[in-house]
Design a protein around this ligand. Structure first.
Ligand code: 13P
Ligand code: SF4
Length: 366
């Protein structure tokens, strides 16, 4: 059914202005390690050859000598720092396949973050992902190579907005997409990702649920459940740009093409897709179906990361770049490991409340 109502900042006259909390310390007060050599040597070539084997379909040979020394240095430094690198599916292939220990969608990264044994976690993704890792690993050092890596969804809503929604709809449970700040997570009943949003909403056994902040994911969830959904006027700046016309043009040009889309896209886009799912669900779909020609309606790097693994699948690329994800680079990952910056910190009392919402999601039975 359609969503029952949609609210945004303009709907609350008494909304407090401009409160965003940043939980980042610029650098740690530990000793920085010396910059390693970044020369392309026979040793670097040998050590990185297995990685290039994986990346050869998406990185031209001429570019590899420019990247490989930094990749090699990062992989050495991970050992020195007892660090792991978590990378979202939207990270560039040289990061996702070159230096990450664990890759995946938001749910996989949140779950894997609970199992990490290392002292240091470097989050290659956006800030809310690093915050989620910190929530689940309060005693570890969690670093984000560039704390400006934000997200239009996370920026669309504050903790005060959630309190205003609760005042307007007393007793209605609130589900927050993980694409929110810890401050918002602290105000809600449970989190969800695009992998489990319908399951989370239904787990509450309530006739009506407030689902925030993504209006399009809310619309998608509402189409899959009988629970009434009250939404927030947030949107992903990357996925809201796709149009149904674009998808129809691809299909007209080649009726055999398969089109898969992320549920952050508007409904007219999803109506044209052969499959809708989270980034991990999309990847699994491609692994199982092995379409000859594929359009992935999502962030550009995901097509590269899938192509590195499945070079036989021809990717048509009407993708959009996420400028926030692209703030993370090999150079700032190296810098992060050398200086142990930028460290993500969250006020312990707020973290306690936010962690409950994330853990409640993780502990849901499949
Ligand atoms: P996933 O949970 O599907 O990886 O999505 C996260 C995200 O930010 C998509 O834009
Ligand atoms: Fe946020 Fe959209 Fe970027 Fe994902 S792709 S991090 S939802 S802005």
């Amino acid at each position: 059914m359609p969503i029952t109502g949609i609210y945004g900042p303009d709907d609350f006259a008494n909304r407090p202005q401009g409160q965003t909390i940043t939980h980042v310390a610029p650098a740690r007060t530990g000793p920085a390690l010396p910059m390693p050599s970044l020369e392309w040597t026979p040793e670097v070539e040998r050590a990185t050859a297995p990685l290039y084997e994986r990346l050869k379909h998406v990185i031209p040979p001429i570019e590899w000598p420019l990247m490989a020394p930094t990749i090699h240095a990062i992989n050495e430094l991970k050992r020195a720092r007892n660090a792991v690198i978590l990378a979202h599916n939207y990270q560039a292939p040289e990061i996702f396949h070159g230096v990450a220990d664990i890759g995946g969608d938001s749910l996989q990264l949140a779950v894997e973050a609970t199992k990490v044994k290392a002292d240091v976690i470097v989050q290659c993704g956006v800030h809310f992902m690093a915050e989620t890792s910190k929530l689940l690993n309060p005693d570890k050092t969690v670093l984000i190579p560039d704390s400006r890596a934000g997200c239009s969804l996370a920026a669309s809503i504050t903790g005060a907005d959630v309190r205003l929604l609760r005042e307007k709809f007393p007793g209605v449970p609130v589900v927050a997409y993980v694409n929110t700040s810890a401050e918002v997570k602290a105000e809600v009943d449970i989190c969800c990702t695009s992998s489990n949003a319908v399951q989370v909403v239904e787990s509450l056994n309530a006739p009506t649920v407030i689902f925030l902040p993504d209006r399009y994911l809310a619309t998608y969830v509402a189409s899959k459940t009988d629970v009434k959904i009250i939404a927030w006027k947030g949107a992903c700046e990357v996925h809201e740009r796709f149009t149904g016309d674009e998808l129809r043009a691809f299909r007209e040009a080649d009726p055999s093409v398969q089109i898969i889309a992320h549920p952050e896209c508007p409904p007219d886009v999803l109506a044209e897709a052969d499959f809708t799912g989270s980034t991990a669900h999309m990847i699994n779909w491609v692994r199982e179906r092995r379409p000859k020609r594929l359009v992935m309606i999502t962030e550009c790097s995901m097509a590269d990361n899938v192509r590195a693994e499945l070079p036989d699948v021809e990717m048509l690329r009407p993708c959009n770049l996420c400028p926030h994800m692209k703030r993370i680079t090999l150079s700032n990952i190296l810098e992060s490991l050398l200086t142990l910056g930028e460290e993500v910190t969250i006020d312990p009392a707020l973290a306690e409340r936010a962690r409950r919402s994330v853990e409640r999601m993780i502990n849901l039975k499949n």
